[in-house]
Ligand binder design. Structure first.
Ligand SMILES: N[C@@H](CCC[C@H](N)C(=O)O)C(=O)O
Length: 268
């Protein structure tokens, strides 16, 4: 018995999306990791299951490539909005979101960022606007929860940062009890920021929607950028809007690569 899935991506951050609104699907961390494997599975950064919701139009569940279930995924939220095909509310473990498809993608209200050390979460109390710790050249990060936990390091030159080496070290530091997503960002001007992300549970990706949100919020809050910022990721740009005290709006593309069929029993 096979099950259909949609291979989708947002700026190259790719997903296997299972629509379980009518036929339930029992996902487990082990099955998610097996399906996400790029050699023996479908291959993706995150696996997404769209389910019915009692409080929203749909519920979106998210598993990283390593099988960990997580609270938020910005790029996948746009893909789910494109799949639903109309303005909709989306229940996630990180909060209730609202999204509207449009153009080649969607615009999403990602909710309000949180800055409290226990909301990130960090292991103990400290100033989250400039963490008093460092990992080699990466120091003074801002910690933000935008549904999921992020660090943002502003650096003079993005290309000088060995993120593939420092990313996993920071992700798994005991300071972060739930691990953390690691963003490095370079401010180009008040409307443009370049960024790269080491994603918790997935590694380096071509784009991270929540990473772009965290980066823009950190830049705006530090007075380095205006309220609308284009975050330029390796896979392309996302537009992020935020005002202090308000919700984050993220706008960008959502692409359907193909629809396939897979025998899930072969992966269990
Ligand atoms: N690619 C995503 C983020 C996916 C989850 C993240 N790796 C985590 O563990 O929190 C995005 O577009 O936001």
């Amino acid at each position: 018995m096979t099950r259909s899935f949609h291979k989708m991506h947002g700026l190259g951050n790719d997903f296997a999306v299972f629509d379980a609104r009518e036929t339930p699907l029992a996902m487990t961390p082990a099955l998610a990791a097996a399906l996400a494997d790029r050699h023996t599975g479908i291959g993706c950064d995150q696996l997404i299951v769209v389910e019915p919701s009692t409080i929203a139009d749909v519920r979106m569940r998210i598993w990283n490539a390593d099988g960990s279930e997580v609270e938020a995924c910005g790029n996948a939220t746009r893909c789910v909005a494109a799949l639903v095909g109309r303005e909709c509310s989306i229940e996630t473990a990180g909060g209730l979101l609202s999204a509207a498809p449009g153009g080649d993608g969607a615009s999403v209200d990602m909710g309000a960022p949180r800055f409290g050390w226990e909301e990130i979460p960090l292991a103990y109390a400290m100033d989250t606007t400039a963490l008093p710790v460092g990992w080699e050249m990466l120091e003074g990060a801002t910690a933000i929860n935008v549904g999921n936990p992020h660090l943002v390091f502003f650096v003079p030159d993005l290309d000088d940062v060995p993120l593939e080496r420092l990313g996993p070290q920071i992700e798994t530091d005991p300071l972060f009890p739930n691990r953390i997503n690691v963003n490095v960002a370079q401010v180009i001007d008040r409307g443009r920021v370049r960024a790269r992300t080491w994603e918790r549970g997935a590694g380096l990706t071509r784009a991270c929607g929540t990473g772009a949100c965290a980066t823009a919020v950190a830049a705006i809050r530090a007075g380095l950028a205006d309220n609308e910022v284009t975050v330029e990721l390796p896979g392309g740009p996302l537009v992020i809007e935020w005002r202090s005290g308000g919700n984050i709006r993220m706008t960008g593309p959502a692409t359907l690569a193909y629809t396939g069929e897979i025998d899930l029993e072969a992966f269990r």
